[in-house]
Design a protein around this ligand. Structure first.
Ligand code: NAP
Ligand code: GDD
Length: 341
């Protein structure tokens, strides 16, 4: 693929595409999960189509290594643009759609509630309607979130735990979750929601707390930064490895019946422990380098998330392999490498 002239190359390749194997359409292909899912599906022989939004800066970094793959085709579009989605789905007739695109930052959703709702909530129904109006037998995956549990009603959280969203982002995800179920019940669409707990990797965006910490630890170790400023150190999350979580998405779409699944590790840890493990890994004392900055507090916080992936294990045969400490160390090591150490 010629990424110097994306508009031309993208359209031309799309028209020449002949369906020989399963084809999948991924929104959010340029994000953390989209990049891992693309690798996974390409390895399985899929033709992967990805939705890419036009940006004035480079947003293809996470998939740059895949751009020359003969079974990858990118298409310009946006989840806020229903007409474009409808045309694309009608043209591609995808066997599987993975809706991973979202304004995915919880704190930023408090600053951009309308926009977050438009992309993250309404975007999902635009896509579901596009599939319905194309009249194709497409299997749909919705990227639901443990943030929907919010002010948790029970611990650990399972598929039947009541929801109590605590941010515009979580409210938007809840709409997308229920509209997926509604289209399943109303029109018989094969739609699955993966209720994924936090999952991280060296490809994680740098404003999410795990990557912010791993990057800061690497920079401090190399003398490039003095301090790390964090918000709520007491928040607890169930952190897993993104590369493993994308397999669960695919497994959901291979079942005979559509259903919803919690994907988690079954362990929860505080942000404080995250900092401690990361600094320990490079032989530094976290307390010396970390300070609390209330700028990073949220108007409403999700204090604790802990998922029970029992159903995913029973039905999908999926289990997480990488747990908290291994994940944190892996991320710090990769950031040290990235910075040239
Ligand atoms: P991410 O790295 O933030 O990626 C988000 C993707 O959505 C990017 O490709 C982004 O494109 C795209 N996007 C944003 N706005 C868009 C729009 N208006 N139209 C089209 N594309 C748009 O997120 P992630 O961590 O990979 O997560 C994938 C999905 O899972 C998201 O829906 C997220 O909310 C959900 N989720 C994530 C987690 C987690 O812990 N990672 C847990 C549960 C659920 P650009 O590259 O151009 O910005
Ligand atoms: N981002 C950030 N930055 N979070 C901080 C900081 C900081 O400096 N200091 C403390 N935290 C706390 C947040 O208050 C939150 O309780 C926790 O660290 C995790 O924050 P994030 O890494 O931003 O992730 P999140 O849990 O809010 O949301 C992520 O996981 C969701 C699944 O539960 C995102 O990936 C969402 O898209 C996803 O749905």
């Amino acid at each position: 693929m010629n990424c110097e002239e994306p508009a031309l190359a993208i359209g031309a390749v799309a028209r020449q595409f002949a369906r020989v194997a399963s084809n999948a359409f991924i929104t959010g292909i340029t994000g953390q999960d989209g990049s891992y899912l693309s690798e996974f599906l390409l390895e399985k022989g899929y033709h992967v189509h990805g939705l890419v939004r036009r940006a004035s800066t480079d947003n293809l970094q996470r998939i740059r290594h895949l751009l020359d793959h003969e079974r990858l085709t990118l298409h310009h579009g946006d989840l806020t643009d229903g007409g474009g989605l409808t045309r694309l789905v009608a043209e591609l007739k995808p066997d599987e759609v993975y809706n991973l695109a979202a304004q995915s930052h919880v704190k930023i959703s408090f600053d951009t509630p309308d926009y977050t709702t438009d992309v993250t909530a309404v975007g999902a129904v635009r896509l579901l309607e596009a599939i319905r109006s194309a009249g194709v037998k497409t299997r749909y995956y919705q990227a639901s979130s443990s943030e929907m549990f919010g002010k948790v009603r029970e611990t650990p959280q399972v598929e039947t735990t009541p929801f109590h969203p605590r941010s515009p982002y979580a409210c938007a995800k809840l709409f997308a979750h229920w509209i997926t179920i509604n289209f399943r019940e109303a029109y018989g669409q094969f739609g699955c929601s993966g209720i994924l707990f936090n999952h991280e990797s060296p490809r994680r965006g740098e404003t999410f707390v795990t990557r912010k910490v791993s990057m800061a630890v690497a920079r401090i170790k190399l003398g490039l930064q003095d301090k790390l400023a964090l918000g709520n150190l007491d928040a607890k999350r169930d952190w897993g490895y993104a590369k493993e979580y994308v397999e669960a998405m695919w497994l959901m779409l291979q079942q005979d019946e559509p259903d919803d699944f919690v994907i988690a590790t079954g362990e929860t840890h505080t942000v404080r422990e995250l900092a401690q493990v990361a600094f320990d890994h490079v032989g530094l004392d976290w307390e010396q380098y970390t300070e609390v900055d209330p700028t990073y507090y949220r108007p409403a916080e999700v204090d604790m998330l802990l998922g029970d992936p029992g159903k995913a294990k029973r039905v999908l045969g999926w289990e997480p392999a990488t747990k908290f400490e291994g994940l944190v160390r892996l991320m710090v090591d990769e950031d040290l490498k990235l910075l040239g150490s």
